[in-house]
Design a protein around this ligand. Sequence first.
Ligand SMILES: Cc1cc2nc3c(=O)[nH]c(=O)nc-3n(C[C@H](O)[C@H](O)[C@H](O)COP(=O)(O)O)c2cc1C
Length: 458
Amino acid sequence: MAKHEKFNFKTYEDLESKINALGVDVSLQKDLSPLAQKVNIGHKIAPNAIAVLPMEGCDSNTDGSPSELTERRYMRFASGGAGLLWWEANAIVPEGRANALQMMLTASNVGKFSALLKKTQKAAAEYNGVEHKAINILQLTHSGRYSRPEGHVPRPLVPQHDPLLDERSGVDPSSDKQIVSDAYLDSLVERYVYSAKLAWEAGFDGVDIKSCHRYLVSELLASYTREGRYGGSFENRTRLVRDTVRAIKQACGEDFIVACRFNVFDCHPYPYGFGVDKEDFWVFDPEEPMAFVRMLKEEGVELLSNSAGNPYYIYPQVTRPFDLSSMGIPVPNEHPLESIERLFSFTRKIQNEAGDIPVVGNGYSWLRQFAPYVGAANLMKHDCSFMGLGRSSFAYPNAPRDILQKGEMDPRSVCIACSKCTQIMRDHGRTGCVVRDAELYAPLYRQARKDAEGRENV
Ligand SMILES: Cc1cc2nc3c(=O)[nH]c(=O)nc-3n(C[C@H](O)[C@H](O)[C@H](O)COP(=O)(O)O)c2cc1C
């Protein structure tokens, strides 16, 4: 592994020579036309191959409906011209919210979601042409170990104990009271269906059964030590996703897309991590992740996105390569281009296994204005079907339009991978880009820091 470095490339050729010097499997090409290609998702068609990845703002109203800040974010995303908008984590049950302001679609607020969706569609057409009809997917989640539904107190609900994570996440290692029962997991299927039906009613094209970042379903995939119908065997650990996909397909019909964003690789030791070698958790073991893709395909899932790692633990570069980390995180033992290479290799494997089911890739934001050259090369090789933009979408929501209409991104608008958006989340604030959207988010960043320091000093 090479030394961690900050981004310091002025030209395409500078980046290319660093890639060559490191010997990483990351390609670039100047022809950006693959990004403009339409993509089939189930029975629907996305107008281009750029996606906004789910990016939680932690800023809904207390009832889970979109607030003014949420609305502003989605209006910016939609006007930006991406072909696929993957809406952030929405809790399926109140106790599974990651924070008191996490979005949560309910029968009483579905009208607000529907109104916002219509407004974003109108804005998207105004800025990108009447033909532009982006696909909107709503991510459904239960935050499991990272549930914190009210205030600042963690209320973890976990499928199994984890010696590395329990104390850090507020789980009492000596008691089983925070371990969810089989009956509780059984009951979640109908909660997913309830949320999916509401999403359909609101006008979304589909939902994602979020299975990444070590929230409940993601941790279930790795529940090797759990007993009963949801633990141990592959069949048991994947039961909740399988039953949920089936039930949603039955309830919402063929035209409603069921997607799955899942952790291909937890980078966490066996028997607590998914997709890892039993001896060395930094080594990827593709066997179960590939079997999971085959299972999702058989069940009729029509859209996939891979992610990796645990953003709450000490290796967040596995999920999102950065220049600077949020507080308390060590400098990674690898170059960000190596972290990117790892993410791309996962997307490639998943796309190969998934065949004609589109896979949304990630890990592009660190590449700043050069992301489109890399995304186009990955699309050209069929290593993914969408270039997904996460932090970049906070910083530079118009990037898709600039790429497609001007053929370039403006270096003065790009995400600088400074992790301040993550820091706000860790400080329990409402998040966005502190650098490129500074007027709004720099004060929110300072306030959240001050409040967090105040809590630490009590
Ligand atoms: C502030 C913040 C919020 C995020 N929210 C979500 C989320 O709601 N759902 C999800 O699947 N991933 C979420 N992610 C992860 C991103 O979607 C993405 O995988 C990651 O940032 C890497 O992509 P990037 O390099 O383009 O940022 C979030 C990341 C950040 C920094």
